[in-house]
Write a protein that binds this ligand. Structure first.
Ligand SMILES: C[S@@+](CC[C@H](N)C(=O)[O-])C[C@H]1O[C@@H](n2cnc3c(N)ncnc32)[C@H](O)[C@@H]1O
Length: 283
């Protein structure tokens, strides 16, 4: 999909940011970044009511779209939501299952419902979305009363019994966790998954390292894991220290995730033709 106008402004802003940061003080640059983000939010939300009418569903407001998608644009937000749904459908189909196969579905790190909004209506009574972001959860609870949403702790345990779920989605979550958090959440998700249950995890794989400095690529090739500070001042003002930008290589995932789950498949660019998708099954 072509970049939205707001994404083009963000891309240009990031380049200008790099240059201006050499001469301007950091607090000013943070203020500037946050102010530009807020202006873009106001601009994109001018068409929110019309878009909701067309879709006949509530769409999260710009700040909540931006937090999970990195662009406040409504068109690309919905495009990405539909794409994720098709990507998940494709993989369920390959495994010979479908949405009706599952009894309890957990959307771990559901954010403002970007994945939920495109899921089939038939799963609503067996779906629960959890997130540490209380604003996103309040918004989902109010606007999608047909499903359940609840606040999740930053660290395990979750408020669920062992073996509660037969499908867990963790889309765009592990691509933000530090290494310690990653392993404690893999262990916790293993605990709440039923035997034979599936876990879908999306990660920043090799396709996402394209603009990296050689030293970063080297770290990824040798260690398989890189945790970088988020560059966007708005996102840094919202998220905690342990939530940054995380990158993986395939060998690392196959080696370390296998301690918690059987790795059924690893699909490079399996989500939105960009991020990698790992399909895990509880042994
Ligand atoms: C990039 S967003 C993706 C949201 C959603 N899955 C999507 O694809 O649109 C990552 C989300 O993970 C959430 N998150 C991070 N750590 C979490 C935790 N311990 N429990 C629940 N959610 C968490 C963040 O608050 C954020 O909303």
């Amino acid at each position: 999909m072509a970049n939205s106008i707001t994404q083009q402004i963000i891309n240009f802003g990031e380049k200008a940011w790099g240059v201006l940061s050499l001469v301007m003080p950091k607090p000013f640059m943070d203020w500037l970044g946050i102010t530009v983000a807020k202006l873009l939010f106001t601009y994109t939300d001018c068409s929110l009511a019309d878009e909701e009418k067309k879709l006949n569903k509530a769409i999260p407001p710009a700040p909540l779209r931006y937090r999970v998608w990195g662009d406040p644009d409504i068109g690309t937000f919905m495009w990405s939501s539909n794409h994720c749904r098709k990507d998940i459908d494709r993989e369920l189909d390959k495994l010979g299952v479908n949405w009706d196969t599952f009894y309890n579905i957990l959307d771990f790190g559901c954010g403002s419902g970007r994945i939920f909004i495109s899921l089939p209506d038939t799963i609503e009574d067996k779906y629960i979305g959890v997130d540490t972001d209380s604003q996103a959860i309040s918004w989902c609870t109010e606007n999608y009363p047909q499903a359940r949403f609840q606040i999740n702790p930053a660290n395990p345990p979750m408020d669920f019994a062992d073996s509660s779920f037969d499908l867990i989605l963790a889309i765009a979550v592990f691509r933000h966790l530090d290494e310690k958090n990653q392993f404690s959440w893999l262990q916790e998700l293993q605990r709440v998954t039923k035997k034979g249950g599936l876990l879908f995890i999306s990660l920043h794989g090799e396709f996402c390292w394209q603009d990296f400095a050689p030293v970063e690529t080297e770290v990824l090739k040798t260690n398989g894991f890189l945790f970088k500070q988020l560059t966007d001042p708005y996102q840094r003002s919202i998220f905690p220290e342990w939530y940054q930008a995380t990158y993986h290589n395939q060998e690392y995932v196959k080696k370390y995730y296998d301690k918690y789950f059987e790795i059924v498949d690893y699909i490079p660019r399996g989500i939105e033709d960009e991020t990698d998708l790992v399909i895990c099954r509880k042994r």
